[in-house]
Design a protein around this ligand. Structure first.
Ligand SMILES: Nc1ccn([C@H]2C[C@H](O)[C@@H](COP(=O)(O)OP(=O)(O)OP(=O)(O)O)O2)c(=O)n1
Length: 157
């Protein structure tokens, strides 16, 4: 089963896509805001990766530090796709379908290792993200920082 084959095909159970999902999966430079498919959830990804490692008896290698190093290695592979290109606009105009697919794969590797790292550290990642975003809203009130990218330490009051 191939997660990348979703695109326009409508076979998978998690393939209940809103209309904004029915365009090319990794492409689209249209004006409307890009959105994700609702599934798989982060817990789905955790469970699928746990099944993958269990089936291979790979948990012996997947300690937190190893997962961190693996994740950082995959971040390096994402960086390779962007290096020497100069600035890249939203939607990656001028990228080939092959380059977009490579990027989708490397970002997925980062996500897979991130989710497993969180699991092995007993961090409930979706809830942790909610808490962190609440903190971010407090630290950066929209009324105060609108249109400015300054770090919070640069705001006087
Ligand atoms: N010990 C391992 C090895 C691989 N994977 C899974 C998680 C990643 O999604 C993907 C990583 O595979 P590779 O290490 O082969 O890395 P790439 O897919 O990026 O291949 P390459 O390094 O040749 O570009 O496979 C894993 O869980 N545990």
């Amino acid at each position: 089963e191939n997660l990348y084959s979703r695109g326009t095909a409508d076979k998978k159970p998690y393939n209940m896509m809103a209309s904004s999902h029915s365009r090319l999966q990794n492409g689209g430079t249209g004006a409307e805001r890009f959105t994700f498919s609702p599934e798989p959830t982060i817990e789905d990804i955790r469970r699928m990766q746990a099944e993958f490692t269990d089936e291979r008896d790979w948990n012996q290698f997947h300690q937190p530090r190893n997962l961190l190093l693996a994740m950082v290695g995959e971040v390096g592979e994402v960086s390779e796709l962007f290096q020497w290109r100069g600035e890249v606009a939203e939607g990656l105009p001028n990228w080939t379908e092959c380059e977009r697919e490579q990027l989708a794969q490397e970002l997925s590797d980062v996500m897979i290792y991130l989710v497993e790292l969180a699991e092995k550290c007993h961090v409930d990642l979706p809830q942790a993200v909610l808490r962190k975003m609440a903190l971010n809203r407090l630290k950066y009130p929209a009324s105060k920082v609108h249109g400015s990218a300054k770090k919070y330490t640069e705001y006087k009051d």
